[in-house]
Design a protein around this ligand. Structure first.
Ligand code: HEM
Length: 146
């Protein structure tokens, strides 16, 4: 593809990462782990995770410049609002990220692409946390006693 300047049209991250097949693979690998996770699995009300898998895949495809099916089917993402009913503490957030890291690491993205994708996923997961960290986990203050 080329634009009117004769330069190749800039690829979207969606295309660079590997298009539909890429997102299908990472979201599927992610949900395989969610299905086995004793904290995360009970959060999903539906017995079958297929519909949730489709929603996350469509959302990520749209976010990275691919088809806009998510918006057509679900409307504005409002992701924080849609997560409000789920108790997402630091543990749930880290479990989400752990499963996603496993899925992304199975791919062989160039380093810069992987860093771009991962940076987004980390900040999105932190933004979705809706139960604050426990102040009991804060570092203590240790003064050397004379
Ligand atoms: C931080 C930990 C997270 C937990 C525990 C969590 C859990 C859930 C649960 C239980 C659902 C409901 C299943 C469904 O009906 O689709 C859901 C939906 C969804 N989540 Fe998460 N989520 C987390 C983070 C994220 C992040 C970081 C993203 C995006 C990058 C995301 C994107 C979505 C999307 C797109 C939906 C479907 C929304 C809709 O259209 O109804 N989630 N999540």
């Amino acid at each position: 593809m080329s634009d009117t300047t004769g330069q190749p049209a800039a690829q979207t991250p969606y295309e660079r990462f590997g298009g539909h097949a890429f997102f299908e693979r990472i979201v599927h690998a992610f949900y395989e782990q969610v299905a086995l996770d004793p904290v995360m699995r009970p959060m999903y009300p539906e017995g079958d995770l297929t519909a949730a898998e489709d929603r996350l895949r469509m959302f990520l495809e749209q976010y990275w410049g691919g088809p806009t099916t998510y918006g057509e089917v679900r409307g504005h993402p409002r992701l924080r609002m849609r997560h409000a009913d789920f108790a997402i503490d630091a543990d749930a957030r880290d479990r989400w990220l752990h499963h996603m890291a496993g899925a992304v690491q199975q791919e062989s993205l160039p380093e810069a692409d992987e860093a771009e994708l991962w940076g987004y996923l980390v900040s999105a997961a932190y933004a979705m946390q809706n139960i604050p960290d426990d102040p009991a986990d804060a570092p203590g203050i240790h003064r050397a006693r004379e």
